[in-house]
Design a protein around this ligand. Structure first.
Ligand code: P6P
Length: 339
C-alpha cells in the first residue's frame, strides 16, 4: 500500500506550499502565487539550459544563430524570464537581480507585498563545459501601506521569509525553505511538476569535505589559512578532509547541504569583501544552512545579521556543518583577541 500511496500521492511543490500556507489562516495565498511564478521561471531555465548545447543558446551575446537572430546569453535570457514572471505574478514590488545594476520597482497597478532578490543563473561561466549551475533567490515581505524604497530590500538576511535555489544538473532540483525547515523537490519532466524528493533536509553536524578555491591561498588571512591547514594536516589525529570545489556555488552548496562539510569563499587581499554577493548568494544559502541545522559566518558575524548598504554588496562567507563553522569562528575570535 505505502509504495502505491507514494506513487499516487504526488506531493508537488505547489501542494506542499499550500499545506504550509494553510497554517496561516490569514494568508491570502499570495506567497503560493509568488512561488508558482518562481517555479515557472525555473522550469523555463531548466529546459533552456538542457538544450543550450544544441540550440547554441550559449556563447557570447552578439553572436547570431542560423536564423541570423541576435543570440541572447543564457543568463540574460533567464533574467528576462524571471523579471517578467515575477512582475506578472502581481505579488512583487521590488526585484533585485545580479544581472541588473539597478533594482526594478514594479508599477503600482501590478504591485504586491514581496521583494525578490535573485541570481537568475549563478555560475553561468560554467555553462559551456556542462557543469551544474543554478538560480538562487530570497524573498522579503515589505511593510504594508508605504511607497516601496530600496531600503525595503536592504534588510538583514534574517528578515527573509523564504529562500531557495534551483540546480540545473543531471536532474533539476529545487531546494526551498519558508522558515520551517528545508525541503528538496525534483522536476519530473513527464509531469512538468516539482515532486518532493528530499523532505526535511538536515545537514550533518560534522563533515569530511572542505570546499574552497585553493588558488587564492596566497591572499588568505591568518584564520582562513590556519583552518585550511587543519583540514589538510589535522593535529588531533582525525583524518584529513577531502577537497571538493566545483566553482559553481549552487552545486558546491547543494553537496555541502546533503553530505556535510564546509564551503568557504573568504576575503583576500585582492577582494577584502570576498567575491559572493550578500543579497542573492550569501543570504539565501545562509538562510537554508541555518534552517537545515548548519551555520553561516562572515568572518566577523553571523551572516544573516549583516546589513547590506548597497544591493550588490559582497561578503566573505563560511557556511556548512555546525561544528565546522564553529571551528572557523574560534579561529577568527582568537585573531580578534590578539589584535
Ligand atoms: P572562483 C560563479 O562565477 C560564482 O559566482 C559562484 O557560483 C562560485 O561559487 C564562485 O563564483 C567561484 O569563484 O573565484 O572560485 O572562480
Amino acid at each position: 500500500h505505502s509504495a502505491d500511496a507514494h506513487r499516487t500521492d504526488l506531493m508537488t511543490i505547489t501542494r506542499f506550499v499550500l499545506n504550509e500556507q494553510s497554517k496561516y489562516p490569514e494568508s491570502r495565498g499570495d506567497f503560493s502565487i509568488l512561488l508558482n511564478h518562481i517555479v515557472l521561471g525555473c522550469k523555463f531555465v531548466c529546459t533552456a539550459v538542457n538544450k543550450a548545447g544544441l540550440a547554441k543558446l550559449i556563447g557570447l551575446a552578439g553572436e547570431t544563430n542560423v536564423q541570423g537572430e541576435e543570440q541572447k546569453k543564457l543568463d540574460v535570457l533567464s533574467n528576462e524570464v524571471f523579471i517578467k514572471a515575477l512582475v506578472s505574478s502581481g505579488r512583487t514590488c521590488i526585484l533585485v537581480s545580479e544581472e541588473d545594476e539597478e533594482a526594478t520597482f514594479v508599477e503600482r497597478s501590478r504591485r504586491g507585498r514581496y521583494c525578490v532578490v535573485f541570481d537568475p543563473l549563478d555560475g553561468s561561466s560554467n555553462i559551456d563545459c556542462g557543469v551544474s549551475i543554478g538560480t538562487i533567490f530570497g524573498i522579503y515581505m515589505v511593510k504594508d501601506g508605504h511607497e516601496p524604497t530600496i531600503d525595503d530590500v536592504l534588510q538583514p538576511g534574517k528578515n527573509m521569509i523564504a529562500a531557495g535555489y534551483c540546480m540545473y544538473g543531471s536532474s533539476c532540483t529545487l531546494v526551498l525553505s519558508t522558515g520551517t525547515g528545508v525541503n528538496g523537490f525534483t522536476l519530473d519532466p513527464s509531469l512538468g511538476e516539482f515532486i518532493l524528493t528530499h523532505p526535511d533536509i538536515k545537514i550533518p553536524k560534522k563533515g569530511k569535505i572542505y570546499s574552497v578555491n585553493e588558488g587564492n591561498a596566497k591572499n588568505w588571512d591568518g584564520p582562513t589559512a590556519k583552518y585550511v591547514e587543519k583540514c589538510k594536516f589535522p593535529t588531533d589525529g582525525s583524518p584529513a578532509k577531502s577537497l571538493r570545489y566545483i566553482g559553481s556555488m549552487v552545486a558546491d552548496v547543494h553537496r555541502t547541504l546533503l553530505y556535510g562539510g564546509i564551503f568557504l569563499y573568504p576575503a583576500d587581499k585582492k577582494s577584502p569583501n570576498g567575491k559572493l554577493r550578500v543579497l542573492y548568494e550569501v543570504f539565501p544559502m545562509s538562510f537554508l544552512m541555518e534552517q537545515a541545522g548548519g551555520q553561516a559566518f562572515t568572518g566577523k558575524q553571523r551572516a544573516l545579521d549583516l546589513l547590506p548598504a548597497k544591493i550588490h554588496d559582497r561578503s566573505p562567507i563560511f557556511l556548512g556543518s555546525y561544528d565546522e563553522v564553529e571551528e572557523i569562528k574560534a579561529l577568527y575570535a582568537a585573531e580578534v583577541k590578539k589584535a
